[in-house]
Design a protein around this ligand. Structure first.
Ligand SMILES: Cc1cc2nc3c(=O)[nH]c(=O)nc-3n(C[C@H](O)[C@H](O)[C@H](O)COP(=O)(O)OP(=O)(O)OC[C@H]3O[C@@H](n4cnc5c(N)ncnc54)[C@H](O)[C@@H]3O)c2cc1C
Length: 388
């Protein structure tokens, strides 16, 4: 058993850490100021353009894209350290292309779709969204109502999606719909590639979320999609969708480790400097326990994340591990960040420190890609007979 990263992966980790420290951290103040003034807590278009150029120059694009479309084919294990570094700053940036849809495309595309969708996406030339959730079906996507019906060579899609990140900006959305209402998730759910601007793909509204994020509601009204844009096999969309969700859950765990480590580092630096009642905060047992508990929990989450990543890379079924990891990582980071906010007193309650943005973002992670309660249900179901 070896817990060390390969030399290549260690060099990649060091490079991304340096990139985050030198390029992203200096943008945090501007991101927080934007959020305070009611704008998105995001990089400005100019900042993004510059950061894109720098990260591309450093060779940090297409890290986990398949080699046959020009990527480096990096395993999940290498990506844990990359995402941990990216998660340590509130100047949020994703190295193109975003991994979850990339991996879903890579497992499903045919030749034509490879050229038209996967290859440009893998090169970081396009951005995408995923449309699963609906007003009446989120935790349980099998209950979705959006229907795709064959009409000649085309598919016609009707329904409504909600909470869709990037729906308005994405060049294409991977849209999940029911193609066989009898079978639903068991052979009756399919994925479609829907381009931005397709008639009938109507973005209704932009929804501000916690942590300076936003999502969209989308109405599908007789949205006509050419037959060749059915992604994968008709009726078999549920499996590839789980590949996608699993990839995001891995990423999310690594972001949580990065955010929690940053909060721990902030507490560790601050507590020995601040005196109350004639003593340093670092002398107080409550503060020592926040620091010690954070270090323990971050260590445990890192081990869980690498275990899960290694198993994924080796084709081992991680349905149980990934649910445990998602719950543990998000709840661990929420607690560590909250303790850090407490440690900083009034300063921890300001919008001038990154902690509140971490807190808001981690809070949303306890919902998207499956709320904690649903993942606990999955873990329990794998351990005992939960049927009534
Ligand atoms: C920031 C953000 C971004 C998102 N981006 C996307 C996106 O890009 N694409 C997309 O398709 N969706 C997206 N979502 C939607 C997200 O995946 C859903 O919100 C999530 O799956 C929960 O579904 P729901 O909101 O319908 O809650 P519901 O399914 O109504 O659940 C509500 C609550 O009920 C409880 N609950 C539900 N089921 C159980 C159970 N079996 N046992 C115990 N308790 C239960 C949980 O506490 C849960 O939080 C995003 C959400 C957020 C917050």
């Amino acid at each position: 058993m070896n817990f060390e990263l390969d030399d290549d992966h260690r060099m990649l980790r060091d490079l991304v850490q340096k990139f985050v420290a030198q390029e992203l951290m200096p943008l945090e103040a501007a991101v927080m100021e934007r959020e305070t003034s009611g704008q998105d807590a995001d990089l400005s278009p100019e900042e993004r353009q510059r950061i894109d150029a720098v990260s591309k120059d450093l060779g940090l694009w297409s890290l986990d894209a398949p080699a046959e479309v020009g990527g480096l084919g990096m395993p999940h294990v290498a990506l844990v350290a990359v995402n941990e570094a990216l998660g340590s700053t509130v100047a949020k940036y994703t190295l193109p292309p975003d991994s979850p849809n990339l991996r879903m495309l890579a497992t499903t595309v045919n030749e034509r779709q490879r050229e038209a969708y996967l290859a440009p996406y893998a090169r970081g030339e396009t951005i995408s969204a995923i449309g699963i959730s609906e007003p009446g079906a989120g935790s349980d996507p099998a209950g979705m109502q959006t229907r795709a019906v064959r009409d000649g060579d085309d598919w016609v899609i009707n329904g409504r999606k909600i909470w869709i990140t990037r729906a308005a900006e994405a060049d294409f959305t991977i849209l999940m719909a029911i193609t066989d209402p009898e079978k639903r998730a068991r052979g009756g759910m399919s994925a479609f590639l829907v381009d931005r601007g397709t008639p009938g793909f109507n973005v209704l509204r932009r929804i501000p979320m916690l942590g300076g994020e936003y999502t969209y509601e989308v109405l599908l009204e007789d949205c006509r999609v050419p037959g060749w844009k059915l992604l994968g096999t008709e009726g078999q969309g549920f499996g590839p969708m789980q590949v996608r969700l699993g990839t995001r859950r891995m990423e999310m765990a690594a972001w949580c480790i990065g955010a929690a480590q940053r909060a721990l580092d902030m507490m560790r630096d601050y507590a020995p400097q601040r005196k109350t009642f004639g003593h340093k905060l670092s002398e107080r047992q409550s503060v020592q326990w926040w620091v010690a508990d954070a270090a323990m929990q971050i260590h445990a989450t890192r081990l869980m994340a690498y275990d899960c990543a290694w198993k994924l890379d080796n084709g081992i079924d991680v349905r149980n591990e990934i649910s445990m990891l998602k719950i543990f990582a998000t709840e661990m980071a929420q607690q560590v960040v909250d303790n850090a906010m407490q440690c900083f007193g009034g300063m921890g309650m300001t919008r001038e420190m990154p902690l509140h943005l971490f807190s808001g973002r981690i809070r949303t992670m306890r919902i998207y890609d499956g709320p904690s309660e649903v993942h606990r249900m999955v873990v329990a179901r794998n351990l005992m007979d939960t049927r009534p």
